[in-house]
Design a protein. Structure first.
Ligand code: THU
Length: 170
């Protein structure tokens, strides 16, 4: 797993490795994750994306096995909109503050091209997801894809955000 903070000690150079698992199609995913990715694809349909025409759906699996969802919600005042991943994770935190998150599936599509490669979450969403991982003290697996094609899995948000900002610095 990637590291949250560096133990810099006397080292002058540090190599950070990230581990990704690549699945060729949804049918290669474990059954519970197939279901989760299908929910993320359905959630995409409820995106409100009149400005970008870029639709993202995210689905979250809790340890209770419940699934929650989110999609990107845009606004005419552009920065007021929010990404699918943060809609999903904040919605989950608001509804189920004491439940652990096991996995998040993300799928993106665009009206201007077929997205057939994995689309990773933006930096702000990585930061937000990392906080929930830290809060629950157990890793959250992230699976992401475009509209079709391969799916990338990371076992922890930290694999997408090494050296992220951490509440312990506050
Ligand atoms: N978007 C997401 O929902 N998730 C991301 O990780 C990146 C971008 C949304 C925000 C905006 O509504 C649209 O995609 C284009 O940036």
């Amino acid at each position: 797993m990637a590291i949250r903070t560096t133990n810099i000690s006397s080292l002058k150079k540090i190599k950070i490795e990230t581990y990704l698992e690549v699945f060729e199609t949804i049918s290669e995913l474990p059954k519970d994750i197939q279901e989760l990715m299908n929910k993320a694809q359905q959630a995409r349909e409820n995106a409100y994306a009149p400005y970008s025409h870029f639709r993202v759906g995210a689905a979250i699996r809790l340890t209770s096995n419940q699934i929650t969802i989110g999609s990107n919600q845009e606004n005419a005042a552009y920065p007021s909109g929010l990404c699918a991943e943060r809609v999903a994770i904040f919605h989950t935190g608001a509804l189920y503050p004491n439940q652990e998150i096991k996995a998040i599936a993300i799928s993106a599509s665009s009206s201007s091209q077929v997205l057939d490669e994995p689309i990773g979450p933006c930096g702000a969403c990585r930061q937000s997801m990392a906080e929930y991982e830290q809060k629950q003290k157990s890793p959250i697996a992230i699976y992401f894809m475009g509209e079709t094609g391969k799916i990338v899995k990371v076992a922890s948000v930290l694999d997408l955000l090494p050296l992220g900002f951490d509440a312990k610095y506050l």
